[in-house]
Each structure stands twice: as C-alpha cells, then as structure tokens.
Design a protein. Structure first.
Length: 122
C-alpha cells in the first residue's frame, strides 16, 4: 500500500497471496478497481517484486501487460536505517539510489550514503 501510495484510496482493493503460478510456483496479486497508474508509479513495485507483471483490464479483458522496471531512484517511500540520517528527525523526503545485484536489491541513501537491503525497509 505504501509503495503504490494507496492509503486512503476509496477504490476497492483485493489481495491474493500464495496463488498458483506455472512459472514461479506461487504468486500474489493486487487488484485495484478504477485506478490506473503511470509507469513510474508501477516501477516502484520492482523494489519488492522485480519480476512483477501488471495487467490492465477493461471490460473484463486484459488489454495490456506491463513488466515493471527497477527505478534508478526512489523518493519518499522507504526510511533510512541510520537514525542520525537527515530525513529521520526532519520532515524531509527520503531519497535513495537503487542498486541491483542479481536477486538482491539495495538502496543507497542520498544523504548519509548508507546502503541497506530493501528487505525490512518498508
């Protein structure tokens, strides 16, 4: 919800977890009624689901499939683990450069240059 900025959205949201997948064994889904995202919004999903595909459905038919792409930078959606980092005590948006090493994704803080694994930052 945080990554897609969905807190407080009035649209119906349905979650599915541990659903069967021919390719990955298991998968999850998020279905959001009457909500269309820009590509940069969807690409933030790559931080937690680098292999995600987004299906756009209209009139009960898939009209478009999009693969998420890892963004080069993310702003305001994760918190730096360094308690002395500038944004932590201040009302400043966090800013990170993404680092992808195979299946591991890390974030490099713009302010304190501390690198943290994405796991546990959200």
């Amino acid at each position: 919800l945080d990554i897609l900025n969905l807190k407080g959205v009035e649209s119906q949201i349905t979650l599915g977890i541990n659903l069967a997948s021919k390719i990955y064994g298991k998968k999850g889904i998020i279905k959001i009624a009457d909500k269309f995202f820009e590509d940069d919004e969807l690409n933030r999903l790559a931080l937690i689901a680098p292999n995600a595909t987004v299906n756009v459905i209209k009139d009960f038919k898939v009209v478009e499939k999009k693969k998420v792409v890892m963004p080069e930078e993310v702003t305001g959606i994760a918190k730096c683990r360094n308690p002395k980092c500038v944004p932590n005590p201040q009302p400043i948006k966090t800013r990170f450069k993404t680092i992808s090493d195979g299946n591991e994704i890390s974030l490099l803080c713009h302010f304190c240059e501390k690198t943290s694994s994405v796991k546990g930052l959200f």
